[in-house]
Ligand binder design. Structure first.
Ligand code: ATP
Ligand code: MG
Length: 575
């Protein structure tokens, strides 16, 4: 994969106090743990499985784990949960590191892998076998599932459950040596097949997988399960608060059980609700389906909810952190409106994006009373929100482009833009009046407007107090630069494409109009040196970013990051 431009980490770092959010139930637990002396410090971790790119849901977990550590003067580790050699790839490890840095967080020298602990986990497994708390089972995966029982019925004990310690030690050793095929044997914890919590019904600790691991190579052919690896990895690293999503709530008794049997440092697992966002899907498995099936151009397709996709789309780390802060943490699952994420983005870009004039669908305008060879440099402010961003010069000349849809031959009543005989303001320039319309002889399509300008209105203001209702953006035909602009819409047509009540595959709700490519745009010349990742507000069109993959100095490509219309602030006002 080609390297994309990453904004330097330093600049992205959260400002002091930025993460000091309002109190929430996790902070309350931590405060209590520090007060009672259960822990003396706060040490968290972010534990991604390297089986895909990070998405905005992960950003919530990253902001939470790194944010809490920062606020409490503690530490946060990055630990790859690489216990499944089949699904995991080095590309994912690298992308995850890049995305966390981009968000502005730093794990210092604490980059770990669950695979670092395979030796220790193996030693601990032997201890559990010796203590009579783990056994080798010959049941097939299907039989294990069938024996497990249901929520209402207890499970059934495996006929191999009461093997002697010696036999278990010998079989486990032979499992490790590779004497058995996949699925032939597993190591299970011996807990309680009648437990009301299914996770406690003799959960599997090791399964046989004959595959090469990205870090341990062919050293192992038995791999620990998530349940067996996770808590022990937390313990080894001295984690105090192991924050995870709600689906692990029922695993907590098992998390605690392993640690108690081993008598090792005991982190506290705390669960919170995962982030769901409207008009998208969030699971890595589904995102991978979109990538592999060619429904999107890659993990960093600007329509994807991945951090790489959001970055390419033009999202800033600040806006994502702000969003994560505003949604807070909860104990119940809910769906967050994507309009809130866009609102956070607009607020940030409004402050930082210089303004520019870009015509997406050009219509030629000739100013009849303007000298043929003259070019004027008109002054324009870069950002009315921030005078320190200065001004720039925009060339004005006899032939201009305006948007096709800013002209109507037969304007409806409230159409205040250009029409035959009507006068409008060209932003930062002059008042112009349309005096004639040139059409294509064959098609009848309007191909050129003939206009006059009023030299007394330089800068866009008339000295005689004459008012016009419409203000249009424009570019000088000769001086403007061609560019490609990509407009995006939601990737899905449904708020929840995953809704099981629909009984349909989520891909059926893919939005066929989620990408529109405009190839004949004209941008003002000040954008000639725009670099990948640079943001702009194109007047009247929205916020745009220079694409970090396809844009070159000879062929500028802009992505529309977000439109100007803020539906969230409307929702807020109505409340
Ligand atoms: P996915 O189903 O998307 O693959 P996951 O939970 O399997 O998600 P992991 O790589 O295991 O992905 O997750 C790393 C961390 O990020 C975990 O602590 C997990 O709980 C958290 N996380 C994942 N998805 C979300 C989400 N939507 N909201 C909040 N936290 C999340
Ligand atoms: Mg997972």
């Amino acid at each position: 994969m080609k390297d994309e431009k990453i904004i330097p980490e330093e600049k992205n770092k959260p400002k002091e106090n930025e993460t000091k959010g309002p109190s929430n139930f996790i902070r309350n637990i931590i405060d209590e743990d520090l007060e009672t002396g259960r822990y003396k410090k706060v040490h968290t971790r972010f534990p991604p499985e390297p089986n895909g790119y990070l998405h905005i849901g992960h950003a919530k977990s990253i902001c939470l784990n790194f944010g809490l550590a920062e606020d409490y003067g503690g530490l946060c580790n990055l630990r790859f949960d690489d216990t499944n050699p089949v699904k995991e790839e080095v590309e994912y490890v690298e992308s995850i590191k890049r995305d966390i840095k981009w968000l502005g967080y730093d794990w210092g020298d604490r980059l770990y892998y669950a695979s670092d602990y395979f030796d220790q986990l193996y030693v601990w497994a032997i201890k559990l076998i010796k203590d009579g708390k783990a056994y080798v089972d010959d049941l097939s995966p299907e039989e294990i599932r069938a024996y497990r029982g249901t929520l209402t019925e207890p499970g059934k004990e495996s006929p191999y459950r009461n093997r002697s310690v010696e036999e278990n030690l010998e079989l486990f050793e032979r499992m490790r040596k590779g004497e058995f095929k996949e699925g032939e044997k597993v190591l299970r914890a011996k807990i309680d097949m009648a437990s009301p919590n299914i996770n406690m019904r003799d959960p599997v600790m090791y399964r046989i997988i004959h595959a090469t691991h990205h870090r341990t190579g062919d050293k192992w052919c038995i791999y620990p399960t998530y349940d067996w690896a996770h808590g022990q990895s937390d313990s080894i690293e001295g984690i105090t608060h192991s924050i995870c999503t709600l689906e692990f709530e029922d695993h907590r008794p098992l998390y605690d059980w392993f640690i108690e049997q081993l008598g090792i440092h005991h982190p506290r697992q705390i669960e919170f609700a995962r982030l769901n966002l409207s008009y998208t899907v969030m699971s890595k498995r589904k995102l991978q389906e979109l990538v592999k099936g060619g429904y999107v151009s890659g993990w960093d397709d600007p329509r994807m909810p991945t951090l790489a996709g959001l970055r390419r789309r033009g999202y800033t780390p600040e806006s994502i952190r702000d969003f994560c802060e505003r949604i807070g943490v909860a104990k119940a699952d809910s769906m967050v409106d994507i309009a809130l994420l866009e609102h956070c983005l607009r607020e940030d870009l409004n402050k930082r994006a210089p303004r520019a004039m870009v015509v997406m669908d050009p219509l030629r305008v000739v100013i009849e009373n303007y000298p043929d060879d003259k070019t004027e440099e008109l002054e324009a402010v870069n950002n009315p929100e921030d005078p320190s961003m200065g001004t720039r010069k925009i060339p004005f000349s006899k032939v201009l482009y305006i948007e096709k849809n800013d002209f109507r031959e037969d304007p409806p009543k409230k159409f205040f833009r250009l029409a035959p005989g009507k006068e409008v303001r060209l932003m930062h320039a002059y008042y112009i009046t349309c005096v004639d319309v040139v059409k294509d002889e064959k098609t009848g399509e309007v191909v050129e407007l003939r206009c006059t300008y009023d030299p007394e209105t330089r800068g866009g203001w008339s000295k005689d107090g004459r008012k016009v209702k419409g203000t249009l953006h424009w570019v000088s035909a000769e001086h403007s630069i061609p560019a490609e602009v990509r407009l995006y819409d939601h990737l899905f047509t449904r708020e929840n494409p995953d809704d099981p009540r629909e009984g349909k595959d989520f891909k059926e709700f893919l939005n066929p109009d989620s990408l529109k490519v405009l190839k004949n745009c004209r941008v003002e010349p000040s954008l000639a040196n725009a670099k990948p990742g640079d943001h702009f507000q194109f007047l009247r069109h929205g916020y745009f970013v220079v694409d970090n993959r396809d844009s070159t100095p000879d062929h500028l490509v802009f992505n529309r990051t977000v439109s100007l219309k803020d539906t969230w602030s409307k929702i807020e006002k109505k409340k």
